[in-house]
Design a protein around this ligand. Structure first.
Ligand code: PMV
Length: 322
């Protein structure tokens, strides 16, 4: 009745922004991501008939604000007859949470894998990914390693691994510019964009074309092509956000300074591009030979608080169960 799983966050290169079905949490657009190896969430789930309620601890602290999403995710496991036993969930995360570093992706991917094992529910990877995706759209992608494509349907999502981490070993350097939680969560922000941004429809219309280019770039290991489409797609998503009412601006001045740092590195021939999610952190994706220069340049950018770096990693997996 107790199991522990690990999952790593993933970074979307072609972004998910907007939902086609809020109740089922189905994305409005397809997306393409890379799963990381150095950042992780490790989650233990123990179902216990003696508990009076679910309990959730993050880094050994009680986190009541996050409990309802955790409980809902446990409720969504198939096979419960009548009421389920309550669970104690212990999560440890080695990077800042709710700060635009995809902590919800690794959190729900690890939770689903651990909870299925603790509950004795045998589910294939895709079904686990769909459960994680109901809790957090991007979490579905963290069930898979390397390069992952998520296809959004009207009833469910599909996922495909496009390449293994070792097929194209890229490096990801994260520049942390602020560690506090974001002001507006991604779910609320996506709804605001869908309802108010004049660019939202165009975002939906053009996503398929962006994805085709990115998929081909991954197949051909064409870094320049992937860099161009990933930066374009990221800036387009942020344009949708900026034009929402009230506006959604997740960047700070250090985020902008980091973008300039990447431009400077590109100008002197480094193979690197940036992407930014619903938070002020900048993620630089580069070829391994440029990793040292990228780390050095981002660390020297005034205002950068922390650098985290690593390669591409595996999907969520069980660590132990008893
Ligand atoms: O999975 P959510 O609800 O945290 O939304 C993720 C949205 C972005 O990170 C901005 C883009 C993405 O595809 O991961």
């Amino acid at each position: 009745m107790r199991a522990t799983a690990q999952a790593q966050p993933n970074i979307a290169l072609i972004k998910y922004w907007g939902k086609r079905n809020v109740v089922l949490n189905l994305p409005a657009v397809d997306s393409l991501s890379v799963t990381l190896d150095a950042l992780w969430t490790r989650t233990s789930v123990m179902f216990d008939e003696r508990l009076q309620r679910d309990e959730f601890f993050l880094n050994e602290q009680v986190r009541p604000a996050m409990l309802s999403r955790v409980s809902q995710c446990l409720d969504s496991l198939p096979g419960w007859t009548g009421s389920r036993p309550f669970a104690r969930v212990d999560s440890v995360c080695n990077f800042p949470v709710a700060a635009g570093l995809a902590s919800s992706a690794s959190a729900f991917a690890a939770l689903v894998v651990a909870a299925c094992s603790a509950a004795g529910v045998e589910l294939e990877q895709l079904s686990q990914a769909r459960l994680a995706g109901r809790a957090s759209g991007s979490a579905a992608r963290s069930l898979y390693g390397g390069f992952v494509e998520l296809t959004a349907g009207d009833e469910f999502i599909d996922l495909h691994q496009l390449a293994e981490p070792s097929d194209w070993p890229l490096s990801v350097v994260v520049a942390v510019t602020e560690t506090g939680p974001k002001a507006v969560g991604s779910g609320e922000a996506m709804q605001r964009s869908a309802e108010t941004s004049p660019f939202y429809q165009n975002w939906l219309d053009k996503q398929g074309g962006d994805l085709d280019i990115a998929r081909r770039a991954v197949a051909d290991r064409d870094f320049a092509s992937l860099a161009a489409i990933a930066e374009h797609n990221c800036l387009k998503m942020h344009s949708v956000m900026w034009a929402s009412r009230p506006p959604l601006v997740y960047w700070n001045s250090v985020t902008m300074a980091c973008m300039e740092t990447i431009r400077r590195l590109q100008a002197i021939g480094h193979s690197v591009f940036f992407t930014i999610d619903a938070g002020p952190q900048l993620k630089a994706v580069c070829l391994p030979e440029s990793e040292g220069a990228v780390i050095e340049a981002l660390a020297a950018t005034p205002g950068v608080r922390q650098i985290m770096t690593g390669g591409l990693g595996a999907g969520a997996h069980l660590m132990d169960s008893a």
